[in-house]
Design a binder for this molecule. Sequence first.
Ligand code: FE2
Length: 271
Amino acid sequence: MQATFLEDGFLICEGFASAQECADMIAQADKLIASFDETAHQVVFSASGQSHTASDYFMDSASEISCFLEAGAVDEEGRLIKPKTQAVNKIGHALHDLDPVFSHFSRQDKCKDLARLLGLSAPLLLQSMVICKQPFIGGEVNSHQDSTFLYTAPESCIGLWLALEPATTANGCMWAARGGHRAPLKSRFHKQGDEMVMTALSDAALADCTTPLEVDTGTVVVLHGRLPHLSHENKSATSRYAYALHLIDGDSTYSEDNWLQRPAELPLRGF
Ligand code: FE2
């Protein structure tokens, strides 16, 4: 498993979560969506180019459970034009600390063992989210490296991406650039003064994501922090829920200019 991960930059672990665990997490995500006040927080998910209000909502989500809407779910004034159950793009980013169902799943021995196997000497649970990819509206995610957003020195970010439902090319599964993690980190998304900016670190283009990662419910895809990956929009009639948990090594230095900063009352924790 270690050799495959080092070679490909990703690792597919089938049957990592049970059907019941996945069903419980979907039910919990739907509960969070049902209790989301979309009139108070009409925030479309975007890593850049947001209004100040949207930006504050995004930054605060480091230590909250926040829902972000699909771009196609709101009109020009930001009013919802789709049913709420179909409109949420993702829920994040502190589910693993604040939500009982996701916290329970994330801190099991099997996750801890996987983190150790992947070489994290002092794993910390940094960020978690449910990505909904609702039918017909689930938006695309452009090719990126996760270390761009979750930077440590030395780099240590690893993503555990769990399919809560089958992910196929039809409903917007992930695509990866096999071996592309050996190229340099292309950019960093970081705080500069009062705003977040994207700074290029390398001129080289990201390797093309030509490998579709079609996986069944319960499969975890481990993603190296430098692995280019993307997903297309979901044009199908079935949703593609996934739970993503990002880990870093506590022995690395976490950058103070990363977007995700925890307040003193909710420090990062390990397993
Ligand atoms: Fe990612």
